[in-house]
Design a protein around this ligand. Sequence first.
Ligand code: HEC
Ligand code: HEC
Length: 182
Amino acid sequence: MKIRYGTGLLLGGMLALSNVVMADGDSYSRRGKSADVAPVNNTRYAKECGSCHFAYQPGLLPARSWRKLMGNLADHFGDNAELPQEDAAAIADYLVKNAADRSNHRRSVKISDSLSPGQTPIRISQVPYIVSKHDEIPARLITGNPKVKSLTQCQACHSRAEAGLFSEHEINIPGHGPWEDD
Ligand code: HEC
Ligand code: HEC
């Protein structure tokens, strides 16, 4: 009896887990193509950290970077992004647990691998892998583009950024269109 009950719980747990995985992705992952980075699945994070800019996925920076960034929200790139202690702690926990160096998603692995252990960038836009992926885009399409302004506006060019999809085939640069790599 005990064993069967235990098996039931285990199966239930596995089903619940696979449901989470399903809900986590989108039509792409259901077709077998997984996202470049895991999409955001924490409403507190999306609300508190997505009000001024794109809610960057935790898998875009390593855990040590998130710890550093969350350690100084009072001076957040010149803004004050301070949060009540309980919110800050829960968000830091979410970011660290899903960080680039703790994820198997392909871009997270590349981001993590491009950094030496001594490097702790708090800007995604300064991660070597991200820099190298964007170094062929002329400035007039980024800083000189009033609808983009900065490389930090991922969602301005990556039309599926919110779903964690950053493929070069899903890019629409405002005033320019898709990216033709040559
Ligand atoms: C009051 C507005 C505000 C809030 C709230 C806010 N940020 Fe920011 N954040 C900024 C500004 C301004 C920048 C600098 C943007 C730029 O340079 O284009 C920034 C930049 C960043 C960057 C670096 C982007 C890059 O790649 O250069 C990260 C990462 C970031 N924020 C994470 C967070 C997290 C995590 C939270 C929630 C705890 C948060 N932000 C909440 C205003 C905010
Ligand atoms: C000005 C528009 C623009 C902005 C803003 C932008 N990107 Fe990109 N991104 C591109 C283009 C164009 C490419 C393809 C470049 C190439 O292949 O030469 C690219 C490539 C990438 C790639 C590699 C995709 C591949 O298929 O190899 C990743 C990952 C990525 N961007 C993530 C980000 C993130 C994260 C941000 C925000 C911090 C961001 N991008 C902001 C335009 C942009």
